[in-house]
Design a protein around this ligand. Structure first.
Ligand code: NAD
Length: 699
């Protein structure tokens, strides 16, 4: 049963009960219409209350029905709302905890609404590239006023019930209950009070005007256009709400419907819905059951107070966990602490962090030069130099001092986590936690599962990741893990493109037009060209046959390490991030080309984009095949959250699916004929060929 029908005197109560958030799936929708009908047929019933069991009134559509036809099966949500509106007996929504999307649209169809204080209210559809599709764009402006309603619909942000109740003239809530606990009793009393009220009030009959008329919408459209970037939904939200002010209710609903159906079919919404599901799926590990007992993580130690250690520490301080930071020397500790303070103070200055919160966080931070002082920490994260010898020393020390059961994590970006685990006598407690720079900002966390990592360690770090608001993706052990292993191929292609005829700016512009936040050369300037130089040097030793363009090495030999030196692939003015093309760098690219006897050719933006993106796809297919990533959707999450892949394209794997894997393979075969490229690399991964042969996709 996904809803219950109970009778309290003359009031029928329909309680949605579809955990976790009373999603309005088919069975729940049917239970609502059945309940409303049952109440019509019972002469002893005078009014009806709809409420939710557990943690929500309703979180809206049932995500299990996403993208399936089930959401459309009658009674669909619009029919349910009509049935509620047409009830001959008053229907009261008793709202608490969470009231979002379709849940809010259902409430808006009721004759009255009582909300508990502290309830989270939102129309989050825009975050999935949609707009409210069951009358929300027409009813919310009528109930709440045009401006606050448009803000909610365009942003998808959560607003607390008591804040909404304070808006002048609002008709969204007839009453705010004393407390969440008294909501049930108060709504029964309210239902008895309004039992005889006729005619029954309907939100659809309320007037809907903005004093500035269409002028306001012009202004709103300009604002929204800037923020919406590559997504069509926000502007359609403006159109739909404007229709509410210009047309009859039914005509407005028709406008909403048309926009909703078009958006549903848009690639942008498809990508966002894919990412929504993929993010949830990424947190589940197939062989680690959901009820795996967790280790208790109440305190954390971080080794190394450099670029990464400081940012990693901040994540835990932000989440209210005490952190002990260890360094080799006091001055390194002092520098690390100063950077953390500076970062927090910048947030305070911008009004993003309150002074007392800042102080609370700093009070949770302590420092030491002595490993013995770490012994009580529940988890330790190592972020020292990227050298195996240094990691060995650190992990042997940790093995000596840490209490049994503590989780020992390494933030290594390239080293073998199995080898690191084997420096200890407790490899089952060792895991990779690969944060991205800046570690206090970037959402992605690669959780590197070594051969012996215990299941409860995996389960625990996935929960810890959530606690520090990271999106975690599990990777197996390999050079570069999921993300950097793929980006290495992408970087190699960028180099070959220079050798064959492109300038850095041409490559960057093409891929930025595709939607990447930054092209490969701007990105490398930001990360530091010396970092990839060091990795290339190591790889040259390990894999001398691996082909690379020499230009990046030549650039580094000139000391052009990127933004931090004011010069990289581009020039930079101190304090600014604008990338200014440099004629000497272009001349260096040309000279290198000539020295190899290459005749440059004109390369189209399409080829640039395909070679960069499909290089990610081919490497990803190998990664999937080897079981380094468990699911294609995990790779999409890693790329959108960690590498600036355009979210409107849903990640490299969904993009490849949408282009069609057959077409992707054909392109790879074409690239494999280019002698200036790495022809071996472009042999399509066996998994790709298999999927094409079977007519399947990655997702
Ligand atoms: P960093 O040089 O900025 O900081 C390293 C810190 O570790 C230094 O402050 C150093 O004093 C300290 N240290 C060195 N040996 C130590 C020891 N034995 N005991 C205690 N402290 C010691 O380096 P970083 O960029 O923060 O990188 C740290 C780790 O994070 C590396 O493994 C790196 O691969 C990884 N990583 C870096 C990035 C990045 O973008 N910088 C991203 C992801 C992962």
């Amino acid at each position: 049963m996904t809803a219950h029908y109970t009778i309290h005197g003359s009031v029928a109560v329909i309680t949605l009960d579809n955990p976790p958030v009373n999603g309005l799936g088919m069975a729940t929708r049917r239970a609502i219409t059945d309940g409303v009908q049952q109440a019509q047929d019972d002469s002893a019933i005078q009014s009806i209350v709809i409420t939710g069991a557990g943690k929500a009134f309703s979180g809206g559509a049932d995500i299990k029905e996403f993208g399936t036809d089930k959401a459309m099966v009658e009674p669909n949500l619009r029919s349910v709302i009509l049935a509620v509106e047409n009830s001959s007996k008053p229907v009261i929504a008793a709202i608490h905890s969470v009231c979002m999307g379709g849940g809010l649209e259902l409430a808006l169809g009721c004759h009255y609404r009582i909300a508990a204080p502290g309830c989270s209210v939102a129309m989050p559809e825009v975050k999935l590239g949609l707009l409210p599709g069951a009358g929300g764009t027409q009813r919310l402006p009528r109930a709440l006023g045009v401006e606050p309603a448009l803000n909610m619909i365009v942003s998808g942000e959560v607003v607390k019930s008591e804040m909404l109740a304070m808006l002048p003239g609002q008709k969204l809530f007839d009453k705010i209950s004393e407390s969440a606990d008294s909501l049930a009793a108060e709504s029964l009393a309210f239902a008895a009070e309004v039992a005889d009220a006729r005619p029954l009030p309907l939100v659809r009959n309320l007037p809907c005007k903005h004093p500035q008329g269409d002028g306001y919408f012009q202004f709103a459209r300009n604002m929204v256009k800037g923020m919406a970037k590559n997504f069509p939904a926000p502007l359609k939200c403006v159109d739909a709400v404007q229709a509410a002010t210009q047309k009859s209710f039914d005509e407005g609903v028709a406008v909403e419907r048309e926009h909703f159906l078009n958006l549903m079919l848009s690639p942008e919404s498809r990508a966002l819905r894919h990412l929504f599901m993929a993010e949830r799926a990424a947190s589940r590990i197939a062989d680690v059951p959901a009820d795996t007992p967790l280790r208790d993580i109440k305190s954390v130690a971080v080794i190394g107070a450099g670029t990464m250690g400081g940012g990693i520490a901040m994540n835990f301080l932000n989440a209210g966990l005490p952190v002990k930071l260890l360094e080799m020397k006091q001055d390194a500790l002092d520098r690390g602490i100063a950077t953390i303070q500076k970062n927090y103070q910048a947030q305070v200055k911008k009004g993003k962090l309150k002074q007392d919160k800042y102080e609370q966080r700093m009070n949770l931070l302590s420092t030491t030069l002595n490993y013995d002082e770490l012994k009580d920490a529940d988890m330790v994260i190592e972020a020292v130099f990227e050298e195996m010898g240094v990691k060995e020393k650190v992990f042997k020390e940790l093995d000596r001092v840490m209490k049994p059961g503590a989780i020992l994590a390494s933030n290594t970006s390239t080293l073998d986590v199995n080898a690191i685990a084997n420096f200890t006598h407790r490899p089952q407690d060792v895991v990779g936690l690969h944060f991205f720079s800046p570690a206090n900002v970037m959402k992605l966390l690669e959780v590197v599962r070594a051969d012996k990592t215990a299941k409860d360690v995996m389960a625990t770090v996935m929960v810890v990741a959530k606690k520090i608001r990271k999106t975690a993706v599990v990777s197996g052990v390999c050079d570069g893990f999921i993300g950097n292993r793929m980006i290495d191929q992408y970087g190699r292609q960028a180099g070959f493109l220079l050798d064959e005829g492109c300038t850095p700016a041409q490559v960057d512009k093409a891929i930025e037009k595709f939607g990447f936040a930054m092209g490969p050369f701007r990105m490398s300037d930001l990360a530091g060209n010396d970092i990839s130089w060091a990795i290339r040097k190591r790889r040259h030793q390990e894999m001398p046959e691996m082909k690379y363009s020499k230009t990046a090495d030549l650039l580094c030999e000139q000391g052009r390490f990127g933004q931090k030196t004011g010069a990289g692939w581009y020039d930079y003015v101190a304090g600014k991030r604008d990338a200014i093309p440099n004629a000497d760098v272009v001349a260096m690219v040309v000279a290198n080309r000539q020295s190899q006897g290459i005749t440059p050719r004109k390369i189209s933006d399409e080829e640039i984009v395909q070679r960069l993106v499909f290089s990610l796809v081919n490497e990803a297919a190998h990664i999937l095949e080897e079981g380094i990533a468990a699911k294609a959707s995990d790779i999409d999450i890693a790329y959108v959250f960690g590498y600036g892949f355009p979210p409107q394209r849903g990640g490299p794997m969904l993009y490849a699916d949408q282009v069609g894997l057959f077409n992707v393979v054909q392109a790879m075969k074409r690239f494999a004929l280019n002698p200036l490229d790495d022809t071996d690399f472009w042999q399509p991964a066996p998994l790709l060929l298999k999927l094409v042969a079977e007519g399947k996709t990655f997702n």
